[in-house]
Structures are given as structure tokens and as C-alpha cells.
Ligand binder design. Structure first.
Ligand code: 9D3
Length: 271
């Protein structure tokens, strides 16, 4: 898998290329990353990559031509490297607050492909004619404002690369397995490690029991309670996908009757 980043800040990508799970996978050759700076595709002495918006308004807009030349260079390099088949070019994706929101389903789909050319915008935006002519899809990270597309592109790549075969250790992969009953799209149960008592707080007794079935039931119940309290829409989704059995439904009913001991997610001040 190969990603080509169109960016004014190529140095930022060391974060995902050189660190952690994605960094290890990169070092092992499971994916690659190339950067293309629109500034290197300018022809004027000032190496201009942006200009003022027609119609007025705040901020600057990225020029179409340096972006288009950078995309064309990236596309040609991918073909030369054999990263894509000539008849199946990788998509050109613009990171944009106006895009469809990235999620795990999109990450899974992208992990089946050969990568992408990712366009990272800066300033107020990108000339719409470049988007119309060169971009296949726009992807957002969610409803908050970033200063540019680079962090979005890194989040997207991290979510895709960790799904590639051989990237995760066996243990990590097993935890991700969709057949793992502890998942089915619910939030994970809480985790504990040593010491058994920390600042007066003990580890839940069930986890110390050594009784595997009892531990599994405890985790499932914590997972259901946490999900019902924080992300009720995920309960609905799991139910619609057939991911909740009769015991799960009973546990949820009991929860609804007896107000749950689920910690608040701190802010909002309900505590
Ligand atoms: C005043 C209107 N703003 C739109 C919400 C302007 C604007 C803000 C931020 C234009 C571009 C940006 C830069 N953001 C991204 O490039 C971006 C982004 C984001 O801001 N939020 C969530 N996902 C993404 S992906 C790329």
C-alpha cells in the first residue's frame, strides 16, 4: 500500500511514518509514503501557492495549478513504481471539513485497496475547480475545525495501515477480530493491571477469580452498560446487526431498571 501526500508541510508526516504501529509497519515495507509539495510545482519567483478569494472574504485560497501538477506527478510516480494497475488508479482524496465523515467501515474498505493520493488543504480552502477536476472524494474527520488537512490525513492512514495483514501482533489482531464476543461494535470493557490495590482502589473481584466464563460475563456486562450509557446508538446498531443475544438483552433490561454504575466521561460536570 502506498500513500502520496500533497502537502505544504511534508515534515509533519514523520509522526505516522516513524512511530508506533504504523512506523514499524513502514520500516517492514508493508506500506510507503511519498510527499509532494505544491510549492515545488510553482513557476513564479515567490513560489506562490495561495491567493485572495474572488468575491472577497477572510483568508486565502489554495491555487488550483500547483495542486493539479503535484497530483499529476504523484499519479505518474505511482504508475512507474507499479503501486497501482494502470486501469485501477488509486483515488484522489481531499481532506476537508465538508467531506463524508471517516469511520471504521471506510478504513476497512481502504485497507483492501492500493492506497490513495491525499490532498491536505491549508488556509480557508482550495479552488473549487481543482476539486471538480481532480478530486474523487472528500473526507472529514468529524465536526470540529482543524488548521489543515495534514492531521486528518495522518489519522486516516493510521486507521487503514493497522488493518493491513501482518501489521498487528497476533494478540492485537485477535482483539480486533469481529468474531470476538467482547466486541460486536460495543465499547470495550475497562482494563486493569498491577497492583491489585492502587491508592485504595481494588481491581474488580471478577477479574481476579480465574473463572474464565465469569470474567467473560463481567466484561460483556460492563461493555453493554458503558455503551448504553455513553453511546446508545451503538446498542441499536449492534442489535440491528444481530450482535446481541437473549442474555445481552436481559442484562440491558436489568441495567435500565437499576440505574447503572457507569462513571461519567468526566466533563459536562454531572459529577
Ligand atoms: C470558516 C469556515 N471553515 C470551514 C469549517 C473554514 C475552514 C476551516 C478549517 C477551512 C479549512 C479548514 C481546515 N480543515 C481541514 O483541512 C480539515 C478538517 C477539519 O477542519 N475538520 C475535520 N476534518 C477535517 S479534514 C481536513
Amino acid at each position: 500500500m502506498r500513500f502520496d501526500l500533497i502537502t505544504l508541510f511534508p515534515e509533519m508526516f514523520a509522526a505516522v511514518r516513524d512511530h508506533g504501529v504504523s512506523g514499524r509497519a513502514h520500516a517492514r515495507g508493508l506500506w510507503s509514503l511519498e510527499t509532494w509539495n505544491p510549492r515545488d510545482f510553482t513557476t513564479d519567483v515567490h513560489r506562490t501557492v495561495d491567493d485572495r478569494p474572488y468575491g472577497g472574504g477572510p483568508g486565502m485560497v489554495m491555487l488550483a495549478e500547483p495542486l493539479a501538477l503535484a497530483v499529476e506527478a504523484a499519479r505518474a510516480a505511482r504508475l512507474r513504481a507499479g503501486a497501482d494497475a494502470a486501469d485501477a488508479p488509486a483515488p484522489v482524496v481531499l481532506l476537508s471539513p465538508a467531506g463524508r465523515t471517516h469511520d471504521q467501515a471506510r478504513a476497512r474498505r481502504a485497507a483492501q485497496g492500493t492506497g490513495a493520493i491525499l490532498i491536505c488543504g491549508r488556509y480557508e480552502g482550495v479552488d473549487q475547480r481543482f476539486i471538480d477536476r481532480c478530486v474523487d472524494e472528500e473526507v472529514s474527520l468529524g465536526d470540529f475545525v482543524l488548521s489543515g488537512g495534514e492531521l486528518g490525513a495522518m489519522v486516516l492512514m493510521d486507521s487503514v495501515v493497522r488493518l493491513l495483514p501482518g501489521v498487528l501482533h497476533d494478540a492485537e489482531s485477535a482483539a480486533q477480530d469481529s468474531f470476538n464476543p467482547a466486541l460486536s461494535g460495543l465499547l470495550d470493557s475497562p482494563h486493569y493491571t498491577r497492583p491489585e490495590v492502587w491508592r485504595g482502589e481494588a481491581v474488580p473481584e471478577a477479574l481476579l477469580s480465574g473463572h474464565h466464563a465469569r470474567i467473560a460475563v463481567w466484561r460483556r456486562d460492563r461493555s453493554l452498560a458503558l455503551t448504553a450509557a455513553r453511546r446508545p446508538e451503538l446498542i441499536e446498531r449492534a442489535r440491528a446487526a444481530g450482535g446481541l443475544d437473549a442474555r445481552d438483552e436481559r442484562a440491558l433490561e436489568q441495567r435500565a431498571a437499576a440505574p447503572a454504575a457507569v462513571p461519567s466521561a468526566k466533563p459536562a460536570g454531572a459529577d
